[in-house]
Design a binder for this molecule. Structure first.
Ligand SMILES: Cc1ncc(COP(=O)(O)O)c(C=O)c1O
Length: 331
């Protein structure tokens, strides 16, 4: 075990001495490891002083990620800071709590879940990560369908308004899917569903609709998109799905406009992402992706890891934490 060593510091052993000690008199290299170690309190003071030059998060009104949480939340976060959550066998209660969140959100978004049926989703670092998982699942599902039909599957595309969040351009680039943009026009700053459906073809893996546009907060008309797509899918025998990017609207509409149909009440909505940190009293980063049902998440994307004890099915990128689909839940 590595222990911090402070015993050879003689009379410089208190924090108070940090500024007057020899550690405060010579500078440390910025980009290389120093030749010699320094005591932990001197290291702490140096870093803490440098961090003072950052802005004050409470004064940050430039982003809509909030920077204050109730003290009880701070306490819970600190209590859990030392857990390596990815080891789900070791921290089953944390896993259970995150599964409950996914289930609550899936129900809020009207996922067609049977009694006691576990929702399918993942907790992520924010909507950006959630979008990658959702897009990837739809890309793979499309590829599998095309393969099974003996058709080419090397030119996937997706349709979105040009107001789409930049993360979708990232998805297009990272996962090699062409982005077909629906241009905005004067006095209409969200995606026009009619123009979107015109762009759909047999290589379309999804239509992304933004529910709460990043630029003006406006909701796109998901119901109209669903109905137009339903018609086009039926005409061509396609199954082009809708993903709703509800990063900024997913926790507004269910409470303030419960009658707007934008979620799993609509047939072609197969996955939804939502951010947790855009609505107040929640630090970044937290977001979720939820799928309509298990069928929307190709089994081959779910990896089974067992080296930490039990079987852990995971469909994650970096920080995301998928729900465990191997048990039912009390209804
Ligand atoms: C529509 C939309 N999608 C995705 C994102 C990315 O969200 P996050 O910051 O949670 O990664 C945002 C953020 O502004 C957004 O407005």
């Amino acid at each position: 075990m590595t222990l911090s060593k402070t015993s050879d510091r003689g009379d410089e052993a208190t924090v108070d001495s940090v500024f007057s000690s020899r550690y405060g008199q010579s500078s440390l290299p910025k980009y290389r490891l120093p030749e010699k170690e320094i005591p932990k309190d001197a290291a702490y003071q140096t870093i803490s002083d440098e961090l003072m030059l950052d802005g004050n998060p409470r004064l940050d009104l430039a982003s809509f990620c909030t920077t204050w949480m109730e003290p009880e939340c701070d306490k819970l976060i600190l209590q859990s800071l030392n857990k390596n959550y990815i080891d789900m066998d070791e921290y089953p209660i944390t896993t259970e709590l995150q599964d409950r969140c996914v289930n609550m959100i899936a129900h809020l978004f009207h996922a067609p879940l049977g009694d006691g049926q576990q929702a399918i989703g993942a907790s992520t670092i924010g909507s950006s990560e959630a979008v990658m998982l959702a897009g990837l699942a739809m890309k793979r599902k499309w590829q599998l369908q095309r393969k099974a039909a003996g058709k080419p599957y090397d030119k996937p595309n997706f349709v979105a308004g040009s107001n789409v969040h930049v993360v979708w351009e990232k998805f297009a680039s990272y996962f090699e899917v062409e982005l077909k943009n629906v241009n905005l026009r004067e006095d209409f700053y969200i995606m026009d569903p009619e123009k979107a459906v015109e762009l759909v073809d047999e290589n379309t893996i999804l239509v992304c609709t933004t529910f709460g546009s990043t630029y003006n907060g406006e909701f796109e008309d998901v119901k109209k998109l669903n109905d137009l797509l339903d018609k086009k899918n039926a005409e061509h025998g396609w199954n082009v799905p809708i993903h709703v990017d509800a990063a900024s609207g997913g926790f507004v509409a269910p409470f303030i406009y419960p009658d707007i149909e934008w979620d799993f009440r609509l047939k072609w909505v197969k996955s939804i992402n939502v951010s947790g940190h855009k609505y107040g009293l929640v630090y970044p980063g937290i977001g979720w992706v939820v799928w309509r049902s298990k069928e929307e998440l190709p089994e081959e994307l779910v990896f089974h890891i067992n080296y930490l004890g039990t079987d852990q099915p995971t469909f994650t990128l970096n920080f995301s934490k998928g729900t465990e689909d191997n048990h039912s839940i009390p209804s």
